[in-house]
Design a protein around this ligand. Structure first.
Ligand code: GLU
Length: 408
């Protein structure tokens, strides 16, 4: 175990001192971007920006049955709206593309063969019926339901006979039993015995698609990802991922898991709630930087204004990137103070009013709102100068841009 940690530390030093920081946001297009997803994307983006690194968008669509129409496009639009700019991704391309997993199937096939050849993976012919029976038996006897790794021990002859019979099969990875430790950038050392809790995982399905775990590892390696910052729900999978890196004889990236985001009353923030979708905030007049600041306030990684005796205000992306320190992300769940969102929105309007460039954009938006409200009237007061004067004059009572139309 010590050797393992020593090796890990060497990897850390290698990346932090010599290699380019390359991080990725890897959503599955199974729904639209929500607050939790935006937090992961934002922290990756700020980490890249603060280290002169690259932010990569990779779409993980290996589970074709769960794809939602339009999600891929919408995720990219939502990131763009939030001011999270992509250095490499499906639309913009890049040296290590394609950036959509379903377009990389040849690579996974090639790589799964490497593991079959070095015998760290094997073909599994167990039927769904057998797996169901195993599950039922485990439930009946109060055991952890897991695959019993039977096909790991097929003789060469058995294996050949099944292949000759063209029996449908998947490919599983051989888990190494025992405790494994890795250093989490946010949680510190994490020790876990994955084989105690899971059977050998499927890495390549009978439909010719890899599973998430395999594709994710292969892509992070080939896309030269230096740091993986992702939600804490993936932490239990990390020792398994590191085992796959070892099986390939690759160095793993550095992992950091971002704690859960909760509602301010401590209840779970669910992505099924339409009201945490980014689209919902946008449609309701919330400004991107207000939302980003709400997230950074909730998720840690920054010194708090109040603790520094400063008046709360909105920070731009550049300011956030300058202040961001991954070591300041706490390992306990972050509470999203949604009740402060309007206050943040007003701070953001105030910030825009004081920035010449942003004020111009704001004035144009308000002019549009007014024209939409009074389409058949020529309004002399809709002139740029009047609108800007009006915005400055009434700003104290305004939380949304949309409120301006009520003031005319
Ligand atoms: N596709 C995974 C997700 O939807 C990505 C997990 C990871 O970042 O490794 O969250």
């Amino acid at each position: 175990m010590f050797k393992f940690r020593q090796k890990f530390q060497t990897v850390f030093i290698r990346f932090t001192h010599t290699n380019e920081v390359r991080v990725r946001f890897a959503p599955s297009p199974t729904g639209f971007l929500h607050l939790g997803g935006l937090r992961t994307a934002l922290y990756n983006f700020l980490f890249a920006k603060s280290n002169d690194g690259k932010f990569i968008l990779r779409i993980e669509d290996t589970d074709q049955t769960r794809i939602v129409d339009g999600a891929l496009e919408q995720i990219q639009k939502d990131l763009n709206w939030a001011g999270i700019y992509i250095n490499e991704g499906p639309r913009i391309g890049g040296l290590y593309g394609p950036y959509i997993q379903s377009q990389r199937l040849h690579l996974y096939k090639e790589q799964v063969n490497v593991l079959l050849e070095n015998e760290t993976a094997y073909r599994c012919f167990c039927t769904n019926r057998r797996l169901d029976l195993l599950r039922m038996e485990a439930t009946r006897t109060g055991q952890i339901p897991k695959y019993d790794n039977r096909c790991r021990y097929l003789t060469k002859d058995d294996l050949q006979a099944k292949l000759n019979n063209k029996m449908q099969h998947c490919i599983r990875f051989k888990l190494i039993p025992g405790l494994q430790t890795f250093e989490d950038l946010i949680y510190g050392p994490i020790t876990y015995d994955v084989a105690l809790n899971e059977g050998d995982p499927v890495i390549y399905k009978s439909d010719g698609f890899p599973t998430y775990h395999f594709a994710n590892v292969v892509d992070d390696h080939f896309m030269k990802i230096s740091h993986v910052l992702r939600g804490v729900e993936w932490q239990v999978s990390t020792t398994k991922h590191i085992m796959m890196y070892r099986a390939f004889n690759w160095d793993p990236p550095i992992y950091g898991h971002l704690p859960l985001l909760m509602n301010s009353d401590g209840t779970k923030l669910s992505k099924r709630q339409g009201d945490i979708q980014i689209k919902h905030y946008r449609d309701n007049g919330i400004l991107p930087q207000a939302l980003n600041n709400l997230i950074t306030h909730s998720g840690g990684g920054f010194d708090k204004d109040l603790e520094r005796g400063l008046k709360p205000r909105i920070y731009t992306m550049d300011e956030l990137a300058n202040q961001f320190d991954i070591k300041k992300v706490n390992s306990h769940s972050g509470k999203v103070m949604s009740e402060r969102l309007l206050e943040f929105n007003r701070f953001e309007l105030e910030r825009q009013i004081h920035s010449d460039i942003d004020l111009k954009v704001l004035v144009a938006k308000v002019q549009n709102i007014i024209r939409e409200k009074f389409p058949d009237r020529q309004l002399p007061s809709c002139h740029k100068y009047s609108v800007s004067q009006c915005i400055v004059f009434i700003r104290a009572g305004i939380h949304y841009i949309g409120n301006f139309k009520n003031q005319y």
